[in-house]
Design a protein around this ligand. Structure first.
Ligand SMILES: [Mg+2]
Length: 249
């Protein structure tokens, strides 16, 4: 078996089926030991909320941790953020301006302080009103020439981040560091902020069986042979996909 780079979202992708997670963890950890595979978590959570989940679910220590929807990367258990990545996403970003403009939209409810990061401003936004609010907010932000983008997920989470940062671009950054081809890379997700992982190129993609409507819609509009829609949920779906692509036996 050849080594591969395993990149997964956490909530409702890696985490959500405890029994399957134990089995998957065992296989991944053995694969890493024997073949040098790399394990990457790519989550919308901040480092603080990641630590809570890590403890609660007894997650494997990853080789790299991508948190706050791709705006921060921690490598090899390092406790400080990777500065070359931060430098890469900083241009055209102005946090204060984003906050000031967003404050004019009463529909946007700020997320907890732990989720407000140097390169991420986050709100809750109800799905029913989201479409017009997102359009208006985007056009307001464009007026200031900011290099930003909006990521709306799970029918509630809105993240405003630098344009050149998302889970997919963070994944490519790591792929280049460790020199994994797209074909040796597998990405797994369930919701809107994972689209960036699937949209990069030829990486093998696993959509877990419980994938949300926004991801399924994108998948049906952008079909690709390198992507697999699993039947099983969460870690069970990942196991199914890894076998389908021949990464695991
Ligand atoms: Mg998720």
């Amino acid at each position: 078996m050849a080594k591969f780079m395993f990149v997964t979202d956490l909530d409702n992708t890696l985490v959500g089926d405890d029994q399957a997670l134990v089995q998957l963890n065992q296989m991944l950890s053995q694969h890493r030991e024997e073949h040098g595979s790399k394990i990457v978590y790519a989550t919308g959570r901040s480092l603080v909320l990641y630590r809570e989940l890590e403890e609660e679910k007894n997650l494997l220590e990853p080789d790299a941790l991508v948190v706050s929807v791709g705006t921060e990367i921690y490598l090899d258990g390092n406790h400080s953020v990777d500065s070359s990545w931060s430098a890469q996403i900083a241009s055209g970003w102005n946090r204060d301006t984003v906050v000031t403009i967003a404050a004019k939209f009463y529909e946007l409810k700020p997320q907890p302080d732990t989720e407000q990061r140097p390169f991420k401003v986050s709100f809750f936004l109800e799905e029913q009103v989201s479409q017009p609010v997102l359009e208006k907010l985007e056009s307001e932000l464009q007026k200031y020439g900011l290099n930003i983008k909006l990521i709306y997920s799970s029918g509630i989470d809105l993240d405003i981040v630098p344009r050149q940062s998302d889970k997919g671009q963070a994944m490519q950054f790591l792929r280049q560091i460790w020199k994994f081809a797209a074909e040796e890379t597998v990405v797994c997700g369930d919701s809107g902020n994972d689209i960036a992982l699937f949209a990069v190129g030829n990486e093998r993609g696993i959509l877990v069986g419980n994938a949300r409507p926004e991801l399924l819609k994108w998948h049906s509009e952008n079909p690709a042979d390198c992507r697999y829609l699993a039947q099983n949920y969460c870690a069970g779906g990942i196991l199914e996909g890894l076998k389908y692509f021949g990464f695991l036996e």
